[in-house]
Structures are given as C-alpha cells and as structure tokens.
Design a protein around this ligand. Structure first.
Ligand SMILES: Cc1cc2nc3c(=O)[nH]c(=O)nc-3n(C[C@H](O)[C@H](O)[C@H](O)COP(=O)(O)OP(=O)(O)OC[C@H]3O[C@@H](n4cnc5c(N)ncnc54)[C@H](O)[C@@H]3O)c2cc1C
Length: 496
C-alpha cells in the first residue's frame, strides 16, 4: 500500500469537487482530487450538462459583467429580464413544496450571483443561452424562467475550464481512483482509503471534502429508495455515481438527510443507452413538450404539458412517464409549432416519426391504442381556447376547457400536418437523498453536530431539493457549497 499526504483531499471530480478544490487551493491548501472515472470520462454528471446556471441577477448590466463581449445588436434585440433573490426563493419554495431546508436554500440563493463571478475568475467563460431560454416574439428576444447564461462549450466546456484551473493552481488530480472509506481517529476524519486502478492507497489529509454525487447510477439503490420501477429508468449522465460517497460518509456517522425517495428525472429518448453518452450529452432529452401533447400507450393524455415554464416541470415529469404503461409516452407535434423545438429534436438517432396525416402517424406509434389516441386528439382539439393569443414567452393562459387532464398554457390544435411524434421514457438525472450538511458545508452527525474534518457539497449534500427542482440549480448549488467547503476545510486543516 502506498501513502500520500495533503491538507485537503476532495472525493469526486465534477463541478462541486473542482469548485471545492479550487476554493481550498485559493485559501492556501495543498489539495488532491480523487476522481473515480478515467481521465477521458472525468467530470461526473457535470460533464453531461448544458452548462446552464441559475443565478440571481439584476438585468442587462449584470449579464454584461458575466458576458463582457455581448454585441450591440444582441443588446438591442434582447430583453434579458432579471431574476431577484425573491424570485429564486419563491421558485425553490414552490417546486420543493416548501420542504427545502431554509438555511441551505438561503445560502444557495444569496451565493448564486457571486458563484458565477467566482467561476469567471477561475477562467470559466459564459454566454447567453438564447436557444434554450428565450423566444423571439415581434422582433425581440425575451428570456424567461430565471436562467440566462451558460458555460461556453456546455458541461464538457465547464469541466475543461475547471481542470485547467486546477492544473494552474497546482492541485494533484488522481484519475481512476475510487475512494472506498474514510480514515477516522477519535472522531476526527483525517484521510481516505482508495484504490487507484485497483491498487490500495491511503491519502492522509487534515480535512476531507465529499463531492462524489448521488446514487442514480445504482439500479439496486434506485429500486430500494425510489421504489419499484426505478430499476427500469435510464441514467442520463455518468455511470460512476453509485452512492459510494454517501456510504462512506454514513459509515463514519453522517446523518442521512433529504428526499431519499425523490429524484430529478426527465423525458428522455426511449431508445437512449442505459447511461449517458458524452458525445450526445443532454440531447436525448425532449424538453419542448409544453408546445405539443403527450399520450401514453392507452392513447390517453396523462399530464398537463403546459402547467408552467419547462424549467419548473421537466424534472418531475420523468417520474410521471415512469408511471405510464410500459414506462413510455409519445409527444405529438403539429406543424404550427415545429419551429419552437429545441436543438435536441434534430439529433441523429432520435426516436422520431413523421407523417402527413394523424392517422398515418398514430398507426406507426408502436404499442399505442390508435383508435383511442385519435379520439383523445379530437377531444383535445375541440377543447383549445382559440380566442386567447399564443405566446411562448409568457404563461399565456391559452389552455383547454373541460378536459379531465387540462393543458393550462400554450395549447394549439393538432390538425395541421406534417405531424411529428417522439418516443420518450424516464431518464433519471440525480437523486435528492444524501447526507446532512450545515451552512458551513460541515457534515453533521445524527445529533446535528459537525463531524470534525468532514465537509460535503453537490448532489450528495442533501436537503436543498425535494420532489422537483428549478432547472439549472444543480451546478450553482455545487459551486456555492463547494466554495464554502473548500474555505472551511482549509481553515480546519490549518488549525489541526
Ligand atoms: C444530462 C444532464 C444535464 C444536466 N444539465 C444541467 C444544467 O444544464 N445545469 C445544471 O445546473 N445542472 C444540470 N444537470 C445536473 C448537474 O449535472 C448536477 O446537479 C451537478 O453536475 C452535480 O455536480 P456534482 O459535482 O455534485 O456531481 P458530479 O458532477 O456527478 O460529480 C461526481 C463525481 O464523483 C465521482 N465519484 C463517484 N464516486 C466516487 C468515488 N467513490 N471515489 C471517487 N470519485 C467518485 C464521479 O466520477 C464524478 O466525477 C444535468 C445533469 C445531467 C445528467
């Protein structure tokens, strides 16, 4: 067995881990990052993201600081909107059904804007995410939903920027290094037992930060904690987040916390591979569903596609699809709104059908009760409130009337061909259960007291998200708490 010594050892190699490591190095620590994946698969779920980040901002001036090279035309043609602390708090409270831990939520919300500026100082570059978060109406683009910027190059871009910054900061990165357990003496955590490509190694440290993701890539844990059927979900991101980090922390006395039966799960191509594909990234998702109608194999609608902006419904609709017969559904599109489809609808290999008539389309939707489906569409068409104007940039109230499953906004009839249909299933993104931390990112024991020397951030530090999630909060959450964990772990290391 070989031995290594550091001030701070960080377990994980995604955004929360790298934010923690960079913060620790910034405060003067000698830092090691242990990444379970090989270098070419580094970065965890963070590498699969679009790189979009939810943060409080006051308007154009704030966006200009994050994106200093905005052109005059971009500025003239765009309403960048704004997103206040109150907006972010309201969104968190509403989507988590008031379960979010108020102290942790406050840290996330109030730290969000500075987190993006701090990332910029680490070399991360941002751009406005026009395609995903705005539509052009009457010549002007308008942002909606609290998400306005993303990282250049998406998730892989973010991860590359962070690893480049880590290199500049002199942080040692160990790839193919799976942390197995924590070293703890007299209650104080002082290192990590790991295997580097199968070889046992001990990393001695003065403090350890856990940022090893959730347990979504573990079919056994999924079924155990999320319930029956979750073994059948596809994993949208990395195969390496199997709950190992959570187990290690629980073994030394960390408190299980948060929404262990909850997760973030979305509509995902029904023929996508079992785990994420880095070349495709997040584009197996089909996130323009507010503008179409969805039916299950019984040929019936089952969810309000237009209940809210996509950012506030997509993370809970994966579960709704998992509950449908065969764990699948079909999105049915009319030609009037095809131009509103996001880029991901146009990838090679998407499960897509196209036909000039609805009868021809529905006949090709394998497994679907065609007669019932056509009846559902006729009933839906008759229920659309056609007198209300359609506007994708606002909750337009152009819904349906009298249907057992309403559509609340953006309802258009499905009657003008050519028509398209997309087959989707449930893709799990990350789990909401994990271990408890306080506002200083210290891991807490069963009595709510800090476990000396142990810190955590990111997906595995639970208590922020329950049931649902305001889109693009995950990366921000990892950076906000990673910064705190890095600073406090370094303080602890200096004083012990
Ligand atoms: C397809 C997709 C799209 C997404 N889009 C967005 C988006 O645009 N914006 C957004 O904010 N969020 C998005 N998310 C959510 C986001 O990915 C997560 O919230 C965020 O990346 C979590 O960061 P993390 O560092 O906690 O976890 P991860 O980035 O998953 O990192 C966990 C790390 O731990 C490592 N690891 C696991 N076990 C061990 C072990 N035992 N030893 C050592 N290392 C270990 C893994 O290899 C990995 O490097 C998306 C997720 C997916 C899957």
């Amino acid at each position: 067995m070989s031995n290594q010594e550091y001030d701070v050892v960080v377990v994980g190699g995604g955004n929360a881990a790298l934010s923690s490591a960079l913060s620790a190095a910034e405060h003067g620590a000698r830092v090691a990052v242990l990444e379970r994946a090989p270098e070419e698969e580094r970065g965890g779920n963070s590498a699969f993201t679009a790189g979009t980040m939810r943060a409080v901002y006051s308007g154009l001036e704030d966006i200009k600081q994050l994106v200093p090279d905005l052109s005059e035309t971009e500025i003239a043609e765009t309403d960048f909107s704004s997103y206040s602390e109150e907006n972010f708090f309201d969104d968190m409270a509403r989507v988590t059904r008031y379960r979010t831990n108020p102290d942790l939520c406050e840290i996330l919300v109030r730290g969000s804007n500075q987190a993006l500026h701090w990332l910029r100082r680490q070399g991360v570059r941002f751009i406005p995410v026009y395609g995903a978060q705005s539509f052009k109406v009457d010549g002007k683009r308008k942002f909606w939903g609290g998400v306005t910027v993303g990282v250049v190059g998406g998730g892989v871009g973010l991860v590359d920027y962070l690893y480049a910054a880590a290199k500049r900061a002199g942080i040692d990165v160990y790839y193919q290094t799976e942390a197995r357990s924590l070293l703890q003496t007299d209650g104080v955590v002082h290192g990590v037992r790991a295997e580097i490509a199968g070889k046992k190694t001990e990393f001695q440290a003065r403090a350890v930060i856990m940022a090893a993701g959730g347990f979504q890539a573990n079919a056994d844990w999924r079924t155990r904690y999320l319930g029956p059927g979750w073994d059948l979900a596809k994993v949208r991101g990395t195969r390496y987040n199997t709950g190992g980090g959570i187990s290690m922390a629980l073994e030394v006395g960390a408190q299980p916390y948060g929404n262990w039966s909850g997760c973030h799960a979305t509509e995902w191509d029904m023929n996508a591979p079992d785990f994420g594909d880095r070349m495709v990234g997040d584009r197996f998702q089909k996130h323009s569903y507010p503008f179409c109608v969805m039916v299950n194999n019984d040929g019936r609608r089952f969810v309000d596609e237009g209940a809210d902006f996509r950012n506030y419904t997509y993370a809970k609709y994966g579960r709704v699809i998992l509950e449908q017969p065969g764990q699948v559904a079909w999105q049915i599109w009319d030609s009037k709104v095809l131009h509103l489809q996001r880029d991901e609808y146009h990838i090679k290999g998407a499960t897509k059908l196209r036909a000039d008539t609805l009868e021809a389309l529905v006949a090709r939707m394998e497994g679907v009760d065609a007669k019932q489906c056509l009846a559902t569409l006729r009933e839906y068409n008759a229920a659309v409130k056609k007198d209300i104007p359609f506007n994708p940039n606002v909750l337009d109230g152009r819904g349906t009337q009298g249907l057992p499953v309403p559509k609340s906004n953006w309802a258009n009839t499905i009657e003008d061909g050519p028509f398209e249909a997309y087959g989707v299933t449930c893709g799990i993104t990350f789990t909401f259960g994990g271990i408890k931390i306080n506002t200083e990112a210290q891991v807490l024991n069963m009595a709510d007291r800090p476990l000396p020397g142990l810190y955590a951030a990111g997906e595995m530090a639970a208590g922020v998200f329950y049931f649902n999630y305001p889109g693009s909060s995950g990366l921000t959450n990892g950076t906000v708490f990673g910064r705190i964990a890095g600073r406090n772990a370094t303080d602890f290391a200096k004083n012990h």
